[in-house]
Design a protein around this ligand. Structure first.
Ligand code: C5P
Length: 210
């Protein structure tokens, strides 16, 4: 490979995306949000009027770069559909090569669920970013533009937490490339860390390893 591969895995809304993007910038590496691939496949299944639990590999095989640029991939509905199509081994198989090829020329930072365990078991550095469901639900709420002092805020945050927990369980319990901490991954708990502190810690780990 033309450069190092850094795997950033972890559950939904743990801060993986922010960290991975900033790591890539600091290290001058290309960045790939692999969740977008599954979201795009889930989106295409929904657009076709299909239950996302039904076979969806055709959408994965025919996935185009423009499908990843859609602005409607970040909704809770699409997240859930993504998790359903991602449980299908044929969908995962169709997306493996795209992810490996992405890192071929220059190396890359990739974030997802199975980067360190299945896509790049030989990654140069593996990070697993996590936080409690309550912290992650609050972050997602704020990210979606929520106002914490609104009367319905507690109910909406609780709803988000339930959805996150359900998706985490599905992602960790599926039989094909489940989300799990790789044996040689560094776990970073971000409950009590600001994004800057997470980046500092991750850069320390990466620089020691590269
Ligand atoms: O990271 P994000 O929340 O965008 O991922 C959406 C869904 O895509 C996840 O819940 C998971 O089911 C699936 N996914 C996956 N493997 C990856 C990245 C995402 O199965 N590497």
């Amino acid at each position: 490979r033309g450069g190092p591969v850094i795997a950033v895995d972890g559950p939904a809304a743990a801060g993986k995306g922010t960290l991975a993007r900033r790591l890539a910038e600091a290290l001058h590496l290309p960045y790939l949000d692999t969740g977008l691939l599954y979201r795009a496949v889930g989106r295409l299944a929904l657009d076709a009027g299909q239950d996302p639990a039904a076979p969806a590999q055709e959408f994965a095989i025919r996935l185009q770069p423009t499908d990843l640029q859609r602005t409607d991939l970040r909704t809770p509905e699409v997240a859930q559909a993504a998790s359903k199509v991602a449980a299908q081994p044929a969908v995962r198989a169709a997306l493996v090569e795209t992810q490996r090829r992405f890192a071929q020329a220059k190396g890359a930072v990739l974030d997802g669920r199975d980067i360190g365990t299945a896509i790049f078991p030989d990654a140069d550095v593996k990070l697993f970013i996590t936080a409690s469901p309550a912290t992650r639900a609050l972050r997602r709420f704020l990210q979606l533009g929520g106002n914490q002092s609104a009367p319905d805020a507690p109910a909406r945050i609780a709803e988000l937490e339930n959805a996150l927990r359900e998706r985490d369980n599905a992602d960790a319990q599926r039989s094909s490339a489940p989300m799990r901490v790789a044996d040689d991954a560094y776990v970073i708990e971000t409950d009590d860390l600001e994004a800057d502190a997470v980046l500092t810690k991750a850069l320390q780990i990466v620089r020691e390893r590269l």
